[in-house]
Design a protein around this ligand. Structure first.
Ligand SMILES: NC(=O)c1ccc[n+]([C@@H]2O[C@H](COP(=O)([O-])OP(=O)(O)OC[C@H]3O[C@@H](n4cnc5c(N)ncnc54)[C@H](O)[C@@H]3O)[C@@H](O)[C@H]2O)c1
Length: 405
């Protein structure tokens, strides 16, 4: 295997994680860092130096970088969400393979434009939904595909995390619906817990993208923090396979919970967690728990991308096409909710933590637990702050334009 000539766009933020992998993989001779780009040379001086010492040529303008290096095999795009489409399409036009951060695009029209631009080129596009790569998740899909729990009927994802105001202050697009005229739709479903939603959809279709297609959706999006976007959400998605996905997420929980997906089939039940574990109970058998060795999921994504570039029989773990269902679900959730509903102060707790502030929703852990157990949305639980969303059909849906003026 030859070393894959690689460039990185976005050196700060999550780019730091990518730099760690670029250092490791170049040390193993699997790739070489040809170039890198960031508009801000001061954003991560240590990472900048590491990339220079690997032989990478620095650029402030990513287009100039891609133009000057026709020898590039792969570009890793770790820039802010609204820039993904333009950057990926520019790489496709030069026949360069792409590994792009999630979400690949914000709107379904942008995603479709990217897919059209990719078609007819030889560029692969891996979306860094790294939670698709763990051994437990691959095993979950295998068990479901083998029919060990019968037909999948219900998929329930739960993700409860804690984020303080510092999280929203870290970058100008955090918590925004629109930033500099472009959609961001930042929030639980499109950003921090996007992995959970994406995996729920994959499970609903047993790993088959067509079967995972969302048909209609009912969603409720809320914010307890002073943001435009959402920090708390619940979704009900009916998919092509017949499986119903329920998804619950909040960043206003006063602890860090391990996100999980419960899959109920006609003949058993499986619980998967972000920690690479599975609990399996098939009808008539004892439940069994399986823990898989700790893995670096982003490392897995790199290995899969590098292998697919060299060998066309290798299937990408998370292709751009496969992520279309995720973008549809996110757009549909906003259409259904209509807006992000503020939660009144009466139901919130605010606390200074260091030099930032945490805003929590009183009782959110127990309420999510009850909603998930009963397959209900927050409004159906009659929570005093909840507002029902409309049932929104995604049949033929091809354009998101909810918040344009
Ligand atoms: N896979 C994961 O688990 C994970 C985790 C965190 C973030 N992310 C994703 O990573 C992406 C970046 O998020 P972030 O929080 O690091 O964002 P950020 O706002 O911190 O930006 C990342 C970097 O991009 C640079 N940048 C901005 N405009 C640029 C341009 N035109 N050309 C080159 N560089 C540019 C910024 O200077 C910054 O260094 C998002 O898509 C986010 O969803 C993924």
């Amino acid at each position: 295997m030859r070393a894959i000539r690689t460039a990185l766009i976005g050196v700060g933020g999550f780019g730091k994680v990518h730099i760690r992998h670029l250092v490791e993989l170049s040390g193993q001779g699997l790739l070489e860092v040809t170039a890198f780009s960031d508009i801000n040379p001061d954003v991560n001086p240590e990472g900048w130096q590491q990339l220079l010492s690997l032989g990478g040529a620095p650029y402030s303008d990513y287009k100039t970088m891609l133009d000057r290096h026709p020898e590039l095999d792969l570009v890793v795009i770790a820039s802010p969400i609204p820039m993904h489409k333009e950057m990926a399409m520019y790489a496709f036009s030069r026949g360069i393979h792409v590994m792009i951060e999630k979400p690949p695009a914000v709107t379904i029209q942008d995603l479709d434009e990217m897919l059209r631009a990719q078609a007819g080129t030889s560029s692969l596009c891996q979306v860094n939904f790294q939670n698709t790569s763990g051994a437990a998740f691959r095993e979950l899909l295998r068990i479901i595909q083998e029919g060990q729990i019968g037909d999948v009927q219900h998929v329930t994802g739960v993700g409860l995390w804690k984020r303080t105001q510092a999280y929203y202050d870290r970058t100008p697009w955090a918590g925004k619906l629109i930033h500099k005229g472009n959609y961001v739709l930042d929030g639980t479903i499109n950003n921090p817990l996007a992995h959970l939603l994406n995996n729920c959809l994959l499970v609903a279709g047993s790993g088959n993208a067509e079967k995972s297609t969302p048909l209609d959706i009912q969603a409720e999006l809320y914010h307890a923090n002073a943001i435009e976007g959402e920090d708390t959400s619940c979704l009900r998605i009916r998919t092509q396979s017949g499986a119903i996905v329920h998804f619950y997420a909040s960043l206003c929980f006063d602890a860090e919970n391990i996100p999980s997906i419960t899959v109920k089939g006609t003949q058993g039940e499986i619980v998967w967690t972000y920690n690479n574990t599975l609990d399996i109970r098939t009808n008539g058998s004892q439940s069994s728990s399986r823990s898989f060795a700790t893995e670096d999921y982003v490392h897995n994504m790199y290995l899969n991308t590098l292998a697919a570039i060299q060998d066309e029989s290798v299937v990408l773990l998370s292709s751009l096409q496969q992520c279309r269902n995720f973008v549809l679900a996110v757009n549909g959730a906003f259409e259904s909710s209509g807006e992000t509903h503020p939660i009144s102060d009466a139901f919130l707790v605010r606390r200074n933590e260091g030099n930032t502030v945490f805003t929590g929703i009183t009782g959110i852990g127990a309420d999510v637990g009850r909603a998930a157990a009963e397959g209900l949305l927050f409004s159906e639980l009659n929570l005093p702050w909840a507002v029902a969303g409309q049932l929104f059909s995604l049949d033929g849906y091809h354009k998101f334009d909810l918040f344009s003026s």
